[in-house]
Structure formats: structure tokens, C-alpha cells
Ligand binder design. Structure first.
Ligand SMILES: Nc1nc2c(ncn2[C@@H]2O[C@H](COP(=O)(O)OP(=O)(O)O)[C@@H](O)[C@H]2O)c(=O)[nH]1
Ligand SMILES: [Mg+2]
Length: 325
């Protein structure tokens, strides 16, 4: 992809922390108009942002807690960007608008950036947009990046893969949810939060999750997953929550956890390689190539796998795959 002069100056502005440039670039990402691999050499080396993920059922209080965490970050002199994704309404629905309004008292603060993400035509889905948008925010110099996702499906887990620290937010009423909690989510959580601590059953919920943690097989690191009660309305427990995020950051950075970071980076790289190969192959499976297979294609009794087997040995496809570009 050619990188235009306009793009070069946009990225220059981004690196100076210009929020308008950041917003524009994220829009281009969402529209599938930005190829991070192509602009990488302009972005160059950046600072490193610490990424915090918040996931959990809708209405649990994630946005409210993020609002408090932003305050704590700002009070500590830090900068923070928030990326909110809602896969159930990728074209930014009412809930996201509500989030924005709730967080609006940060709006005049230029060291805070809030953005809801969608994928209008970009390939690879919302988790890819979230990853690349977080890289753009990192290039813009935000010390902290917070990712908010709704739910516990594979997409949310993919997004949580981006985060260094994952907080799973539940409420006293999440009993069924805890029952149904997937092993993947259990494994992804670095911190469990029981929000709405003002409600009945909060302490029981804390105990239930602690029990679940104790009785599940230990993860691959020695971090003890805490279960923290919070109140998203008055902020009770949120300073402690932020303190625990910082403790987890310390833990990740401490000696002996280098392999953890490497594993994460390798996973991310694999993801990107698969995406790029996928896009390349997608561009190659052209009608011209497939014209050699029209008879088999037209015959539903011929398995697509048998076509695949032939295609994988097709000199023309192999030639295209090996071509540099
Ligand atoms: N009672 C109570 N309500 C809360 C608490 N935290 C958030 N809420 C309310 O719960 C609703 C959903 O909160 P929100 O932050 O939007 O949840 P999200 O969907 O997880 O982002 C809002 O009306 C909040 O005001 C809390 O600790 N206690
Ligand atoms: Mg929310």
C-alpha cells in the first residue's frame, strides 16, 4: 500500500499527541483504510502503554468503574485512553452513547481520550480494530489504555488478549453467570471485581468466586487472582482496584516474567501473520484462478475439500503466494 504525504503528516501529528489525528486514524482503521504494516515504518518505535481490559456482562458497571480508574490515573499524573467495543451493536448503539455521556466530564481534558469502536467494513473484526487502535493510542503517547468489552464470547476474549491486566467485572446477581463461566474467562482474569457492593449478596458472591479460583487448576503464572468488591456509584474500592492493577503491572515487569511477555508477543505475532496470510490468499483466490475448477465447483457432490487439496498444489497459487509484496 502506498503511504501518501497526507498520511505521513497525520502520523506526525499523532506522534505529537494530537487527538484529532488519533480520532481520524481510528476512523480510517474502522473503515478498512489503514494498513498498520504499511505505516509501521512511519510510526517507528513508540513508548509502551500499559493496557487494562474490563469485561463482564452488560450493566455490571464496567463503564462506571473505568470512569473512576481514569480519575485515579489522572490524579497520579498519568494519561489514559479508553476504547469501548460492543460487538452486539458494532455500529455504535445507545449504550455506547450512554457511556460517553457518563464519562463526559473528562471530555475537556486533553490527556484523556475516549472512543467507541466499530468495524465499518474493515476485515478481521472488532478485535483487530481494537488491537490496532490501541497501537495508535500507544503511538500518541498514552500511558494507560483501557479496553471495555461486553460479554464473554471468543471476540471478547480476543480483545482481552490485548490487555496486560484483565479485570472481569461481576455483580452480586451474577450467580448464573459464574456457574456458566467458561474456563477461558477464568484463565483470562487477573482480577475479579464484584461491583455493586452496596447490594445484598455481595459478600457471598466474593466468597463464591474465591472458591472457584481455589478449586480451579492453577494458571501458568504465580499471580494470586484477587476478588475485589467495588461500588461504581461512590467509588468505594476503586482506589484499591487501581492499586491492584499497578501491583499486577509490577508483577508482570518483575524478574522471571519475561517468558510471560514473550508468550504474549508471540501469540500476537502469530495472530497478525494469520491475518496477513488470510488477506493475501483472499486476494489471490480470483475468478481467473478458479476458472480451472469451474466443473468441480458446479458439482455439489464434489467436496470443497477435494478442491482444496488440488488447489494447495496448484502451481499458479503457490507462485502467487511466493511472490513478494
Ligand atoms: N447500585 C449500584 N449501581 C451501580 C454501581 N455501579 C454502576 N451502577 C449502575 O449500573 C448501571 C450500569 O452501569 P455501567 O457502568 O453502564 O455498566 P456497564 O454496562 O458494565 O458498562 C448504571 O445505571 C450505573 O449507574 C454500583 O456499584 N451500585
Ligand atoms: Mg459500558
Amino acid at each position: 500500500m502506498e503511504v501518501s504525504g497526507g498520511m505521513v503528516s497525520l502520523i506526525d501529528k499523532l506522534k505529537q499527541g494530537d487527538t484529532a489525528a488519533l480520532a481520524r486514524l481510528i476512523t480510517l482503521l474502522e473503515e478498512g483504510e489503514l494498513d498498520m504494516a504499511s505505516i509501521e515504518h512511519i510510526v517507528g518505535k513508540t513508548g509502551v502503554s500499559f493496557k487494562i481490559g474490563f469485561t463482564g456482562p452488560p450493566g455490571a458497571g464496567k463503564s462506571s468503574l473505568i470512569d473512576w480508574i481514569m480519575k485515579h490515573i489522572r490524579a497520579a499524573g498519568g494519561t489514559v485512553g479508553v476504547l469501548a467495543t460492543d460487538p452486539s451493536s458494532p455500529f455504535t448503539g445507545g449504550a455506547i452513547l450512554g457511556d460517553r455521556i457518563r464519562m463526559q466530564h473528562h471530555f475537556l481534558d486533553d490527556r484523556v481520550f475516549i472512543r467507541s469502536l466499530g468495524s465499518r467494513g474493515a476485515s478481521g473484526g472488532i478485535s483487530r480494530i481494537a488491537r490496532d487502535a490501541s497501537y495508535l493510542m500507544q503511538a500518541a503517547g498514552y500511558g494507560f489504555i483501557i479496553l471495555e468489552t461486553v460479554g464473554v464470547g471468543q471476540t471478547e476474549l480476543d480483545i482481552m488478549d490485548i490487555a496486560d491486566t484483565v479485570a472481569v467485572v461481576l455483580v452480586p446477581e451474577s450467580g448464573d453467570f459464574v456457574q456458566a463461566m467458561k474456563a477461558g474467562l477464568m484463565e483470562a482474569a487477573d482480577i475479579f471485581v464484584v461491583n455493586k457492593a452496596d447490594r445484598e449478596g455481595s459478600r457471598q458472591m466474593v466468597s463464591a468466586i474465591k472458591f472457584l479460583i481455589e478449586t480451579s487448576p492453577p494458571g501458568h503464572d504465580s499471580w494470586q487472582v484477587p476478588v475485589m468488591p467495588t461500588n461504581g456509584l461512590d467509588g468505594t474500592g476503586t482506589a484499591e482496584l487501581f492499586g491492584t492493577v499497578l501491583a499486577h503491572r509490577e508483577f508482570l515487569g518483575s524478574h522471571g516474567n519475561a517468558d510471560l511477555m514473550l508468550r504474549k508477543r508471540l501469540h500476537e505475532l502469530k495472530q497478525i501473520v494469520i491475518e496477513h496470510l488470510g488477506m493475501r490468499v483472499d486476494g489471490m483466490i480470483s475468478e481467473a484462478l478458479m476458472s480451472g475448477y469451474s466443473e468441480e465447483l458446479a458439482d455439489p457432490s464434489v467436496s470443497v475439500y477435494s478442491i482444496l487439496n488440488r488447489l494447495m498444489h496448484d502451481e499458479r497459487l503457490l507462485g502467487m503466494l511466493l511472490k513478494r509484496g
